[in-house]
Design a protein around this ligand. Structure first.
Ligand code: SF4
Length: 340
């Protein structure tokens, strides 16, 4: 074994020793089978561990097996997902379950390469499932790992250009004997020790290998291309309420932003006018201004002025249990705060 491979080996030994003593206790680590591992990994994309824990428990309770999830209505899946955001994940989760049940006899593919062919499974998730559930020495690289590797090697190239180099370095460090533990250990290191703003280098198990630590410039890494400011859109949101307290909602299109979720109608950002029957209701009733709120999407920020229109009549509006996005929940909160 040459000097470099000895060092790489030592890196994973020290990381794994630390993981066995200090790794996080997470509910999805209790049950290392492909279905729960996959479920947790999809939920963890763009969402914190603290938020995911409850959703994970609720999903497993309602859909204990992948067959249960595959057989569910998409609306039920979206309803249970409500509040987790990035709803295309929920739709892909459902599609992926149906693919595995209908086309693969309910059996998960067991390699990174094959996992990548499934709906909603990108490179990070494929590597995580392959490593954790099937012990394939696949290399997980997410934002946490990018940060660790950039600091370990003081990578000067900026993200996202530096990704191939980061991947190469990360691959060289991946343990081939216990890839499942290694993947979880490096995730834990990024989440609890090598954090973005205040890395705890004094207790870091791999500080001896870290060039940025040696130079004292950890916070300068990873180098990133400056972010462009997000465009800001504005609109008016209308909450029509009938005499029984029912609120009018409409279903969003099948494709695109917040697809298939339900919403209060709005103008000024996606469409200029309300449907004719709502325009008529607006014309016939008084609209009260109940406030303003904003929501930040991946590519833009949206601010709504909210109007509440109370009708004297009862309308045939029954939208109980229709899944609504956080964007609309914020409007409901505003309404409640105004009525009390
Ligand atoms: S020494 Fe500090 S900067 Fe380097 S990997 Fe550890 S926590 Fe991160």
């Amino acid at each position: 074994m040459n000097e470099t491979s000895k060092n790489l080996n030592l890196f994973s030994i020290q990381l794994l020793e630390w993981y066995h003593l200090k790794g996080r206790f997470l509910p999805w680590r209790e049950n290392i089978a492909p279905y729960p591992v996959w479920l947790a990994e999809i939920m963890l994309q763009q969402t914190t561990v603290a938020t995911v824990k409850d959703y994970y428990a609720r999903f497993l309770e309602k859909f204990p097996k992948i067959q249960d999830l595959a057989a569910a209505d998409e609306e039920d899946v979206l309803h249970l997902w409500q509040g987790l955001g990035y709803y295309s994940r929920a739709r892909n989760l459902h599609k992926c379950a149906q693919n595995i049940v209908c086309e693969r006899g309910g059996v998960f593919p067991n390699t990174e390469k094959e996992l990548l062919t499934l709906p909603g499974i990108g490179p990070y998730t494929a590597a995580a499932i392959a490593a954790i559930a099937f012990k394939e020495p696949a290399t997980v690289v997410d934002g946490n790992v990018e940060r660790i590797i950039s600091r370990l090697y003081r990578i000067e190239e900026k993200l996202p250009k530096s990704r191939p180099l980061i991947k190469e370095r990360a691959q060289a460090l991946t343990s081939s004997s216990t890839p499942d533990h290694y993947a979880q250990a490096i995730m834990d290191l990024g989440a609890t020790i090598c954090t973005p703003k205040s890395p705890k280098c004094d207790v870091c198990p791999v500080s001896g290998f870290c060039q940025a630590y040696k130079e004292g410039d950890m916070l300068d890494y990873p180098k990133k291309k400056p972010k462009k400011a997000k465009p800001h859109k504005t609109g008016i949101l209308y909450i029509f309420e009938d005499a029984q307290g029912n609120l009018y909602k409409e279903k969003r299109p099948e494709k695109g932003l917040l697809a298939n979720l339900w919403q209060f109608p709005s103008t000024g950002w996606e469409q200029e006018q309300l449907p004719e029957e709502l325009e008529q209701l607006l014309y016939d009733h008084e609209a009260a201004d109940i406030g303003t709120y904003s929501h930040v999407f991946t590519h833009f920020k949206l601010t709504f002025d909210v109007k509440h229109i109370k009708l004297a009549d009862t309308m045939p509006w029954d939208y109980e249990n229709k899944p609504i996005p956080t964007l609309m929940k914020k409007a409901l909160t505003l309404l409640k705060n105004n009525l009390h």
